[in-house]
Design a protein around this ligand. Structure first.
Ligand code: ZN
Length: 242
């Protein structure tokens, strides 16, 4: 089975469209959360995502904030403005869909969360130490996470030892060997200084993953962000990929 694994779309419709086109036909789509927040197309992104085959979508911290599950004070000023704008802009049916999203999904041999297995909505898995502890919090061989917007893999070494980290090469098949935590990067707001939308293709039969990047029309998103009076910072960062 071919699975398109994507995360952190953040209301960026042109980036999502480019990813879906680039990925081609797949059997399932797994989205690791933060469909909305920052970007100016929350309704359009949810509606396009919901049309995808056998969609599994997790709840992200921005999704949770938009539906009032997380206090706004936990976000910085610019992120908070985006959350408030998104909440006011969201259509009723799309809000109800966000409210239905789970925090954890298990599809053997894969666990899916937004942040981390230990704290599915909030924890950022940025370093090998935190990754190492998190191997105790899921039972499957593999775990997909998003949230940091950084494509990376953490491989288990030994208990109480830091995990081994690697940045998988783009467009090359990587064979998965137990146990690994896999982050495909962000569709709508990459933060690894590569402004192209990031995603991954998973082959569940061969247990391989292929990291992908695709260009999209950043300027049109920036214009829409400014036209909606959303923070300029969220427009500027897209071109630099931070
Ligand atoms: Zn995010």
């Amino acid at each position: 089975m071919q699975v398109l694994v994507l995360s952190d779309i953040h209301g960026n419709l042109p980036a999502l469209q480019a990813v879906l086109l680039d990925a081609g036909a797949v059997d399932q789509v797994w989205c690791l959360g933060d469909v909305v927040g920052y970007g100016p197309y929350p309704n359009e992104c949810i509606e396009l995502l919901r049309k995808q085959p056998d969609l599994v979508c997790l709840l992200g911290n921005h999704d949770a904030a938009v539906i009032g599950m997380i206090p706004l004070q936990t976000f910085n000023q610019d992120a908070r403005l985006s959350v408030q704008w998104t909440s006011a802009t969201l259509r009723h049916s799309n809000r109800a869909w966000l409210e239905s999203l789970p925090e954890v999904e298990v599809h053997e041999p894969f666990t899916l969360v937004h942040g981390s297995p230990r704290n599915p909505v909030w924890e950022y898995l940025l370093d090998p130490g935190a990754a190492s502890i998190n191997f105790e919090y899921f039972e499957t061989d593999y775990c997909f996470v998003g949230h940091t917007h950084l494509p990376i893999q953490f491989t288990f070494t030994q208990p109480h030892r830091p995990a081994r980290w690697s940045i998988p090469p783009v467009d090359q098949e990587t064979k998965l060997k137990p146990r690994v935590i896999i982050n495909p990067g962000s569709v709508g707001q990459p933060r690894d200084h590569d402004p192209r939308a990031a995603y991954a293709l998973l082959d569940t039969a061969g247990l391989t993953v292929r990291y992908k990047r695709v260009k999209y029309d950043i300027e049109s998103v920036q214009q829409r962000i400014l036209a909606e009076n959303l923070p300029e910072r969220h427009a500027l960062r897209l071109i630099e990929g931070w």
